[in-house]
Ligand binder design. Sequence first.
Ligand SMILES: [Zn+2]
Length: 77
Amino acid sequence: MEDTFYCLRCNMSHPKSDKVLITTKGGVRRWSCIHRVKAKKDDQAVSDAFGKTVTERNKALSKEIAKSSLNENLYKR
Ligand SMILES: [Zn+2]
């Protein structure tokens, strides 16, 4: 049987090779697993991409608003 450890973060057992020692923001060293570390990185990438999308969308939206209010003004004349 493969050597495993019980991961409190995932609430499941992983092979011992998945165990990693991390240092938290507070400087505390604790055991985690590569799954958590990877998930955290993915989350960061996703939220970065999401932030960029929102910024682009807001830019496009404000351009649209500027255009439409300009058209309205032209129409009123
Ligand atoms: Zn885990």
